[in-house]
Design a protein around this ligand. Structure first.
Ligand SMILES: Cc1cc2nc3c(=O)[nH]c(=O)nc-3n(C[C@H](O)[C@H](O)[C@H](O)COP(=O)(O)OP(=O)(O)OC[C@H]3O[C@@H](n4cnc5c(N)ncnc54)[C@H](O)[C@@H]3O)c2cc1C
Length: 228
């Protein structure tokens, strides 16, 4: 689990307007400022149109109108959404790990235990991201994540597309499933080279690391089995 924490803000009125849906306003930004002190990186992301209806209810700080996600409050928010809404998200080193649980139909369901340590991490990270917005004159938009029926979750809600570590690479079988060459302990000749072998979350988007590691392992396999 990649410790993903997402926040949203509205850029100050005196900033130039962006086009957050299709513009080239803020792609590829990543800050390592807090990697050593907090184990996180911070990146920006576009608030997509679909998020406005299916991801969360929004409440602009200091706007007391109720409901915040429908009617005049929402109309006013949507007028700014495309031009001024700005996502700041953090990715972190593992503070909590997910499990795959049998779903009873022959498949598996991912489950993340939200413990006190993770709650503390989540709270501190949201506060940090909000403070960056505030110090730059932006307005915080509080997020209330919703399920497929539009109901708000009662607890911290986490989503991730960055699963790693289900077959960890390790020095020995007590700590993982495959060696640093990707070969499964006690099953010579069976290799795993995808994201499953990455030993922990990475605090950055994982694709390049997964790819680089797969290429490294593939080279070792080829060298090992090459016919001279
Ligand atoms: C919506 C989304 C957005 C993302 N955005 C980013 C991003 O911006 N940056 C980033 O770095 N990462 C991103 N990721 C994560 C990144 O895409 C994954 O971490 C990465 O692709 C995982 O690589 P992999 O090789 O481990 O697995 P995969 O890319 O999932 O490859 C596994 C392959 O195995 C195949 N397969 C499965 N079962 C079998 C079977 N039984 N027999 C044969 N083949 C099988 C699958 O078809 C698939 O091709 C995103 C992921 C998602 C879902």
């Amino acid at each position: 689990m990649n410790g993903s924490v997402k926040t949203l803000g509205l850029l100050p009125p005196d900033f130039i307007k962006g086009d957050m849906f299709v513009g080239q306003s803020h792609p590829g930004v990543v800050s390592y400022e807090f990697l050593e002190s907090r184990g996180i990186t911070i990146s920006t992301s576009k608030p997509l149109p679909v998020d406005a209806v299916s991801t969360a209810h929004f409440r602009v700080e200091d706007d007391e109108r109720n409901p915040s996600w429908w009617g005049s409050a929402h109309v006013d928010f949507m007028k700014n959404y495309r031009r001024r809404a700005f996502v700041l998200y953090a990715l972190g080193l593992s503070t909590s790990s997910a499990e795959l649980i049998k779903n009873g139909n022959g498949g598996f369901k991912p489950y993340l235990k939200i413990d006190d340590r993770f709650r503390e991490y989540y709270k501190n990270t949201v506060e940090l991201l909000h403070s960056i917005f505030r110090r730059n004159g932006a307005k915080i938009v509080n997020l209330y994540f919703i399920d497929g029926e539009g109901n708000e979750y009662n607890d911290i809600h986490i989503t991730t597309a960055h699963m790693t570590s289900s077959c960890r690479m390790a020095d020995n079988i007590d700590r993982g499933v495959v060696s640093s060459k990707g070969e499964m302990f006690n099953y010579p000749g069976l290799f795993i080279t995808d994201g499953a072998v990455i030993p922990s979350s990475l605090a950055v988007n994982p694709y390049l690391t997964i790819l680089a590691n797969a290429e490294r392992m593939t080279k070792l396999i080829v060298e090992n089995y090459r016919r001279n």
